[in-house]
Design a protein around this ligand. Structure first.
Ligand code: ZN
Ligand code: ZN
Length: 258
């Protein structure tokens, strides 16, 4: 059975990733409006009646902004960590509270074995691996730095969705305030192209088939720079066979399969 990964939206104006197999779709994050989500699912050939659950990584609005309306529309359960659940309780008290799985422990949902794992960020954040039969997908964005806690579960995934947020030179020379620049690169903000490439060799195994770069900054990065940096790393590992792409702000990416 094939497992598909569709980046419906990626970046600071909204994140949503569909992982799907055998007629079941799990959404990871829901940071775009329901209208845009439905439009992009249609564009990428995803059947919205197959959505089974929404997994949230953390409370920032680019990850949860559309969750209330989407939950109402799809009528599916939401899973999150404690911090995100508390933030939702405050901002949308009328929403049914999310289920809080234990970080590091696997739970089963519509045929997927899902494991949330700790990710370094400026609020309580998790990444997820989603295994379906012999396939495994790993997702980690909004990652200030790579740690053993995030790298261990991400190793050996067939499809990796990993943050490659900023180019260091573009961040330094950007018009952003010094405070914001520091927040991005202080180890609890976002992962740079170089940090991504430094981590990649430890995650790539013979089973790796797709690497998708995500959460690309609109003013401190360029798609080409992020892709060239990762491509050079894959080449140095003699892994030009791995499919490489990056999530775009302008629209969804075509589905990658394993
Ligand atoms: Zn984000
Ligand atoms: Zn964030």
């Amino acid at each position: 059975m094939k497992t598909g990964v569709t980046l419906l939206a990626s970046g600071s104006n909204g994140n949503c990733i569909a992982v799907h197999a055998n007629g079941n779709i799990i959404l990871v994050d829901c940071g775009i409006s329901l209208r845009m989500l439905r439009k992009r699912m249609k564009e990428t050939g995803l059947d919205e009646t197959q959505v089974r659950a929404i997994l949230l990584t953390h409370e920032h609005s680019d990850h949860i902004g559309g969750v209330q309306n989407s939950v109402k529309h799809f009528g599916v359960p939401v899973f999150s960590n404690c911090g995100t659940a508390a933030a939702l309780r405050k901002s949308v008290p009328e929403m049914m509270p999310p289920t809080i799985p234990t970080v590091g422990e696997c739970f089963c949902l519509s045929g997927f074995s899902i494991t949330p794992f700790h990710v370094e960020h400026d609020v309580e954040t998790v990444g997820y691996t989603l295994a379906y039969e012999s396939t495994k997908v790993g997702i980690a964005t909004d990652m200030g730095r790579s740690t053993m806690a995030s790298e261990f579960p991400l190793r050996d995934c067939n499809t990796l969705v990993l943050e490659s947020n900023y180019d260091v030179n573009m961040l330094i020379s950007s018009n952003r305030s010094w405070q914001l620049k520091t927040r991005i690169c202080n180890g609890k903000g976002h992962l740079s192209n170089l940090q991504n490439s430094e981590m990649l060799p430890r995650l790539i195994t013979p089973n790796t088939r797709n690497v998708i770069l995500a959460h690309i900054s609109h003013d401190c990065n360029k798609y080409d720079i992020a892709l060239d940096t990762a491509r050079a790393t894959l080449s140095s590992l003699n892994r030009n066979d791995i499919f490489l792409d990056c999530g775009r702000r302008e629209g969804p990416l075509p589905t990658v399969w394993v």
